[in-house]
Design a binder for this molecule. Structure first.
Ligand SMILES: [Zn+2]
Length: 372
């Protein structure tokens, strides 16, 4: 057992680590290979050790026609979907729906489909997450970025609050702090853009200041730094149009959900599944996720989708329920691409080396914390 300072950084790719002078010198360095998926699962696996099959969710939203919270409102939503020709009007309606409190964020899910979907997945860092995780460990003080109201300043505020806590607390136990601005910056301004590179140095300074302050108070402590996944710039768009090729989902016994890089389809009948697969297999820039991969990533649960497609590195579905336009940077690609790998660092030799998984990180951290 050892007291630990854990620093979580959303979306910091392993291949960017060399630009961080302090952090790149940690004695233990692992290349974190995530599962295929988004932060909601990648982050949660770091602090629960669990893959989607064990958590019961993959992605935030899933097809759930029986239990969907907006099921009864489906006819109204269909009517309201007339406003969707205007992006602005659509955002207003979605914001209003989000205020109802039945889901944390309805993103850009078309209103006519919303009544069939349920938000079953939440990140371990969200207050909506109700399962057990290391965040509840009695010997860990948790300082989350999302507790700070000004989004643009969250990292700075989380850093200051953590530094103050370390400096002012006697008998320091373990501490966890989370940062997310690098992920946001890469989505909207791009990986390795000038502001991104500047942000890397700021992040590195936060890691240095917090590590030095913590080790000054807890000389035998351990510093862990982890990110959930990597990131790459978008170069190609993939356009799919199931409505045009197959017909309207509501009337044709299938449903689909597109995110930036992942498309899931649910079908009532095998014949429909084959018809859709034939169409999607012919679209360039993406491929179907094979059964071996579903097993390896722990996404075998049939409710995660009868068909799962993922775009090739740098390709993004446009439009998708993630948004109407391409992002500058994206993640959620197959982990065979090195750009998708995150970091896993420890100040203690032997903790991490070579390729590691989020569950490996979980095992190291929970080993240090000891049983609750
Ligand atoms: Zn992201």
């Amino acid at each position: 057992m050892s007291r630990t300072l854990t620093i979580f950084i959303d979306g910091l790719p392993f291949d960017q680590l060399e630009k961080l002078p302090y952090s790149s010198r940690f004695v233990s360095k692992g290349r974190l290979v995530p599962i295929l998926g988004y932060s909601v699962n990648c982050q949660t696996q770091l602090f629960t050790g669990k893959k989607p099959d064990e958590l019961g969710f993959w992605g935030e939203w899933t097809y759930a026609p029986e239990t969907a919270p907006f099921k009864k409102l489906a006819p109204l939503f269909k009517l309201l979907s007339l406003v969707e020709v205007s992006y602005y009007a659509k955002r207003v309606v979605h914001r209003f729906i989000d205020k109802m409190g039945r889901a944390s964020a309805t993103k850009n899910i078309p209103l006519s489909y919303l009544g069939q979907f349920e938000e079953t997945g939440h990140s371990v860092l969200s207050s909506w997450f109700k399962q057990e995780s290391l965040l509840q460990h009695p010997k860990m003080k948790v300082i989350l970025h999302n507790k700070f109201p000004v989004v643009e300043r969250r990292d700075e505020d989380a850093y200051k609050a953590t530094k103050k806590y370390i400096d002012e607390t006697d008998d320091l136990e373990s501490v966890l702090v989370t940062f997310t601005r690098i992920d946001a910056c890469s989505h909207w301004l791009g990986v390795a853009s000038d502001p991104y590179n500047e942000l890397l140095l700021v992040q590195d300074k936060y890691i240095e200041e917090l590590s030095e302050a913590y080790l000054a108070k807890v000389p035998d402590g351990t510093i862990l730094v982890a990110s959930d996944h990597g990131m790459v710039n978008v170069t190609e768009q993939v356009n799919i149009n199931l409505e045009r090729e197959i017909g309207n989902p509501n009337a044709n016994g299938y449903a689909y959900f597109t995110e930036g890089t992942i498309l899931r389809v649910w079908c009532e009948r095998d014949a429909m599944r084959e018809k859709i697969a034939t169409y999607l297999d012919g679209v360039a820039g993406m491929e179907q996720l094979c059964d071996e991969d579903r097993k390896e990533f722990g996404i075998t649960n049939p409710k995660f989708g009868d068909l799962i497609y993922h775009t090739h590195e740098g390709h993004q579905f446009v439009p998708s329920f993630w948004g109407p336009k391409p992002s500058v940077g994206m993640h959620g690609y197959h982990p065979r691409y090195e750009s998708q790998h995150g970091i896993c660092l420890s100040s203690r030799p032997g903790d991490f080396d070579g390729k590691v998984s989020a569950t490996d990180f979980y095992n190291v951290l929970s080993g240090y914390l000891g049983t609750a």
